[in-house]
Ligand binder design. Structure first.
Ligand code: ZN
Length: 323
């Protein structure tokens, strides 16, 4: 069942025929089964999309980033929108939800139609609901949805159109987000206006399903903690899953792909690059020293990695597919 999702993910990446093959093929990565605090750790691919490679790597020259993230003819690189399911009997927790669907219902005809094209959203492969189904789960089986932040590629799948109305996709779930990030989403600055849409949070507020956290929060769910960051956007939360022996960090957009493990490899989208570099140093130091698994939301070529120190910086030690 879980291997299915792994295969789906690779299939999704391969299906984008306009994309050149990855020169550092990761098809033969070790497939690892991870269980932390009695949660099965299950990657949930929600679909491949494309973003401008230059925007994804900021000041890093293309000659460096294209070695690991080749671009298509429009300079877009492949991106996964990978959610994470933490699954144990009687409790299913979903972290982030991908781009979602229903763009016309959410954004109207003009932007809705343009949206899918602009981000090269490939809906012929895996989707959030199809991937959950591979684990035997329907939307009503999800108990908690944790959103790292309300950017559309993270929160888009959390709401959906039903009978002409936008509603929470997971009808029985309690949703979790940061209060500071919701305030930013409601009043986005000019640079982030194209990333925050009321359709991705207002239906949650209307339904009264959203619980707001104020900053870092230990064990807001059993074994699950929030670590906030302001470098990419205001009050994003990374999600740490730990039982004291094994730890996994869902990095969100703090470390979107394994290529971004290096401190200075930032996205052009990041609002405060220097703040983000400090935050990365702070979080990647224990991650390297204590062998945390980093989980990458946007890397199409692996879903997780162990890292190590490399001088004053960090490097990937080993990449994995989780099963
Ligand atoms: Zn973001």
């Amino acid at each position: 069942m879980s291997l299915n999702s792994d295969k789906n993910e690779k299939k999704g990446a391969a299906e984008n025929s306009k994309q050149p093959a990855n020169p550092n093929s990761t098809q033969n990565l070790e497939v690892k089964n991870l269980k932390i605090n009695s949660y099965e750790v299950c990657p949930v691919p929600t679909g491949i999309f494309g973003l401008d490679g230059g925007a994804m790597f900021g000041t890093v020259p293309k000659i460096l980033w294209e070695k690991t993230n080749p671009a298509d003819e429009k300079n877009r690189i492949q991106m996964e929108a990978r959610a994470l399911l933490l699954k144990k009997p009687g409790c299913n927790i979903l972290i982030d939800t991908g781009n979602g669907t229903d763009f016309v219902a959410k954004f109207g005809d003009k932007l809705g139609n343009k949206f899918k094209d602009m981000y090269n959203i490939n809906d012929s492969g895996p989707s959030l609901l199809k991937s959950l189904q591979a684990f035997g789960l329907n939307p009503e089986d999800i108990d908690h949805v944790v959103l790292t932040h309300f950017h559309f590629d993270h929160a888009g799948g959390g709401t959906t159109e039903k009978n002409g109305k936008l509603v929470p996709t997971f009808p029985k779930a309690k949703y979790w987000a940061q209060r500071g990030n919701l305030e930013t989403a409601k009043n986005p600055n000019l640079r982030e206006r194209a990333s925050y849409y009321p359709a991705n949070f207002q239906p949650l507020l209307d339904a009264g399903v959203l619980t707001l956290l104020d900053g870092d929060c230990e064990n807001f769910l059993p074994g699950i903690s929030a670590l906030t960051s302001n470098g990419h956007t205001y009050q994003q939360q990374m999600i740490k899953v730990s039982d004291g022996t094994q730890t996994l960090l869902y990095c969100g957009d703090v470390v979107p792909t394994s290529s971004h493990v290096k401190t200075a490899w930032l996205m052009g989208y990041d609002l405060q690059p220097l703040v983000l570099m400090e935050e990365k140093q702070k979080i990647l130091t224990p991650a390297a020293d204590q062998a945390w698994y980093l989980f990458f939301e946007h890397d199409p070529y692996c879903d997780s990695a162990l890292i190590e120190r490399s001088g004053h910086d960090f490097a990937v030690q080993k990449r994995f597919w989780l099963s």
